[in-house]
Design a protein around this ligand. Structure first.
Ligand code: SF4
Length: 380
């Protein structure tokens, strides 16, 4: 469990007792999302539960000060909560609140996404690939992932950089493209590293290529990461075979290892693309007190949510929404806009934990051809 330092004095016992009494008197055992607020109003923690009352009372039973619950209560002066129709609805709302408020203790205690890595392609001239743990900053063109094994992904990215001549230096390394004549007078003659000299980088920092030439390589890397082009692997395979024919077995083995790293990356793409494409369906979730909801999930993201129709007009509106969400043709491949990553991870983990829930899902076409019956209309 990560260590979390207290930002303020621990909440006095009488206030903790007041919070407990408030929960006992008012909370009900139904799905919802709760917020722990410090005395100055800062939201320090957001959580969800399918039984709000039971979950909140458990915070006051933590025996050891190091327990996660005890540490959260020590920082909180107020507890607020809202009910939601189902655990799934609460899960989505929890994610939205965490993204909006970035509560300190959620960030400090978060560990579920740590074993994932993403490949980030930065924006701007002389884009570069970075291996990151999650969406970060706003300098990304696109993210690819998630992948398991940050170390192996980093090695594969290194091979890709070498194979296509992309830079891997610091983001703030000044670039001097060959087609920037106004800068010619101040061109550095040597790069900040030897990669250009050993032909592993086009050398955009020393006028080794034009901006368009570098961008062409960036497009090749995107094609590879999209699964549309095998160029880097084919080149390595050809180099390996040539080295082998020249009886340079050590060199051939080195090419073979590089090739394997790229093949593994490619294999992960295929699995991931499959997962994204699989997470595209209409998902109906029974709700508390009959508040059933329909979630329109496409490519791993909830595109729309609708209460189960109770009138013919509602029903028509729902069918229109289904058509709006699923009919437009969308990009395929492993590209994930950064704002969609957390939701994609959340949905994959939900359906992995509860595979039976897939039994409530329907392909959009099937849903449209066999839409839900409106209770009042069918009773008439
Ligand atoms: S040669 Fe220049 S652009 Fe390429 S990695 Fe080295 S410093 Fe970066």
């Amino acid at each position: 469990m990560p260590r979390v330092s207290l930002k303020r004095q621990p909440t006095p016992e009488p206030i903790v007792e007041t919070m407990r009494a408030h929960v006992r008197a008012n909370a009900r055992d139904r799905p919802g999302v709760y917020r722990m607020l410090a005395a100055d109003g800062e939201i320090v923690y957001v959580g969800k539960s399918k039984k709000i009352r039971t979950r909140l009372l458990s915070y006051f039973r933590c025996e050891y000060p190091a327990d996660k619950g005890a540490r959260i209560v020590r920082e909180a002066a107020t507890i607020e909560w809202d009910y939601h129709p189902s655990e799934f609805a609460a899960l989505l709302e929890e994610l939205r609140l965490i993204k909006r408020f970035r509560p300190r203790l959620n960030v400090a205690m978060k560990n579920d996404a740590r074993h994932f890595a993403f490949i980030k392609l930065t924006r701007g001239a002389a884009a570069k690939l970075l291996v990151v743990r999650g969406a970060s900053g706003d300098d990304a063109q696109i993210y690819y992932g998630p992948f398991h094994g940050a170390q192996r992904v980093s090695e594969a990215v290194r091979e890709l950089n070498d194979a296509l001549g992309l830079r891997d230096c610091r983001l703030d390394q000044p670039m001097h493209f060959a087609d920037q004549p106004e800068l010619f007078q101040i061109f550095p003659r040597t790069p900040g590293c030897i990669r250009h000299e050993i032909r592993k980088c086009l050398g955009p920092c020393v006028g080794g290529c034009t901006e368009a030439e570098y961008e062409q390589r960036v497009q090749l890397v995107r094609s590879f990461l999209d699964g549309a082009d095998d160029g880097p692997m084919n080149n390595l395979r050809a180099d390996m075979e040539a080295a082998s024919e020249r009886l340079e077995f050590e060199r051939a083995a080195s090419y073979r290892d590089k090739l394997r790293r790229l093949e593994e990356l490619r294999h992960q793409f295929i699995k991931f693309r499959f997962a994204v494409e699989t997470l595209s369906f209409v998902y109906t979730v029974p709700g508390y007190d009959g508040d059933d909801r329909v979630y329109l999930i496409r490519r791993g993201r909830v595109r729309a949510e609708y209460a189960m129709p109770r009138s013919e007009a509602d029903r028509i509106r729902l069918l229109e929404m289904v058509a709006d969400v699923y009919q437009p043709v969308e990009r395929s491949g492993s590209q994930i806009p950064s704002h969609e990553i957390d939701e994609l991870l959340l949905l994959s983990s939900w359906f992995r934990r509860f595979p039976d829930e897939l039994g409530r899902s329907k392909d959009a076409e099937v849903f449209l051809s066999n839409p839900p019956i409106v209770a009042s209309a069918s009773a008439a």
